[in-house]
Design a protein around this ligand. Structure first.
Ligand code: PEP
Ligand code: CO
Length: 464
């Protein structure tokens, strides 16, 4: 196989990349990114790999979630705390009622680029129909429906770095300041989610804590801080390349074949190239071409990699993909995130499980019950039915268990805010409710109440 380096992907066809009108401006912005400090450190990335390896052995459960498209305007204290809150609430329900410690990974602090099914879209403005370039996420252009707004702007790469950095800084500060402390779950109350079952879980958690502490069995410190990791789709490759850093191993050994060296050798980790813009990266359903640039980039970095698999994924593709991304068969390296849709999962998942078994790779299986269940309403809004989401999840649990495999995680598009983007659930969002608080920049998300309800239902499936 040809030699890998952080820019070897440039020799491959790269899908879903925007056209930048001014290459020297792009290069100036990438140069700036290369000089900025990393957002995460290799030790954290390795810790997540270890936790994901434990999840693939059935000892933990992965909860990955956040916006479909994070927007710069949502980089504010309330929106960040709301997202952290809903993920913490879900994880306490999964850990307590599902009896499995949870690995929390946000689609956050960098989820700014979106793959799109067409390059242009028709937009009605001032009584006229305009043909505009599509919105590709705040990393690339603006949601604003004008020619100017939709122009790919390289300055956004730098803005994305600073928004991701501010978001992550706030998350770290909240956690360090005791926001996640299990003794104070009231700090994660979302107005709309104070349901009776949730209050009952909290009460039981509180009693168990008091009991354990009375026995001297838990150290307070371990309950006051939690692990929280970041992830995004590795879509815009120049951006990902600029955040890729060479890290010597613990003994300071290892040779860089190019790229920036980082002085981080005092931390415990293996040497190599890391994407230090996020802990985990995933490759999307539209860009996992075996010959393409995205897999070429991802095969060389040390981060844990998620791979989205939809109805077009074949067993033989999956076999090759695992060989390419995980040649040393390292547990924790690969999370396979299936997203078939409630109507197609039974047809497709079993063959992929068999294929992985034949290869002998240890993977973590996760279910994204969102992306295969998107429908359009008569009014033209993209939505998802709570029931379809739940149905795909239930089937995923059943199929894995019938095949002697294990579903070890879930992947959601969600927010803590009281949006009305997905239909159904106990809060009863109906089609006519959708326009009331439809705020997503791309796909519909579960709101805080729907997310917490989902966590209870998943916890039930985990117990069984
Ligand atoms: C996404 O996760 O937002 C996404 C676009 O998913 P997929 O690649 O599975 O379609
Ligand atoms: Co999406």
């Amino acid at each position: 196989m040809a030699v890998w380096n952080p820019h070897s992907w440039q020799g491959r066809p790269a899908a879903q990349q925007p056209d930048y009108a001014n290459p020297s401006e792009l290069e100036r912005c990438l140069g700036q990114l290369r000089r900025l400090p990393p957002l995460v450190v290799p030790e954290e990335v390795q810790r997540l790999r270890t936790l994901l390896a434990e999840a693939s052995a059935g000892k933990r459960f992965l909860l990955q979630g956040g916006d479909c498209a994070e927007q710069f305007k949502d980089c504010n204290a309330e929106a960040i705390a709301d997202k952290l809150r809903v993920l913490l609430q879900m994880s306490v329900v999964l850990t307590h009622s599902g009896r499995r410690p949870v690995v929390r990974v946000g689609r956050i602090a960098g989820q700014y680029a979106k793959p799109r099914s067409s390059t242009t879209e028709k937009v009605r403005a001032g009584g006229r129909e305009l043909d505009l370039p599509v919105y590709r996420g705040d990393l690339v252009n603006s949601l604003e429906a004008t020619q100017k707004g939709r122009k790919a702007d390289p300055e956004r790469l730098v803005q994305a770095y600073f928004h991701a950095s501010a978001t992550l800084n706030h998350i770290r500060a909240l956690i360090e300041g005791g926001f996640a402390d299990l003794h104070h779950p009231e700090r994660w109350e979302l107005n709309q989610t104070s349901t009776k079952p949730y209050q009952a879980v909290l009460e039981e958690v509180r009693e168990s804590l008091e009991f354990l502490e009375a026995l001297g069995g838990v150290e307070r410190g371990t309950l006051e801080r939690i692990d929280f990791f970041t992830s995004h789709e590795a879509l815009l490759l120049p951006f990902e390349e600029a955040l890729t850093r060479w890290v010597p191993n613990d003994e300071g050994e290892g040779q860089a074949s190019g790229g920036a060296r980082q002085g981080l050798s005092s931390l415990a980790h293996g040497g190599g190239y890391y994407n230090l813009g996020a802990h985990m990266l995933w490759v999307g359903e539209r860009t996992r071409d075996l010959e393409g640039a995205h897999l070429e980039y991802l095969r060389g970095i040390k981060n844990p990699i998620g791979v989205k698999l939809g109805p077009t994924a074949t067993p033989s593709d999956l076999n090759e993909l695992l060989q390419l991304l995980d040649p040393t068969h390292a547990p924790g390296r690969i999370t396979l995130i299936t997203r078939f849709g409630a109507g197609l999962i039974r047809e497709h998942l079993p063959a992929l499980i068999h294929a992985v078994k034949r290869t002998g790779h240890t993977v973590l299986w996760s279910c994204d019950p969102m992306h295969g269940n998107t429908v359009k309403t008569g009014g033209g809004l993209k939505t998802r039915h709570f029931e379809s989401v739940l149905s795909e999840l239930r089937q995923a649990f059943e199929i894995h268990s019938a095949e002697g495999s294990q579903l070890g995680g879930v992947h959601f598009e969600l927010t803590g805010e009281a949006v009305t983007e997905c239909m159904g659930g106990n809060v009863g969002v109906s089609e006519s409710d959708l326009p009331r608080a439809y705020e997503t920049g791309c796909d519909p998300r579960l709101n805080g109440a729907q997310s917490l309800e989902m966590a209870f239902l998943i916890a039930g499936m985990l117990r069984n």
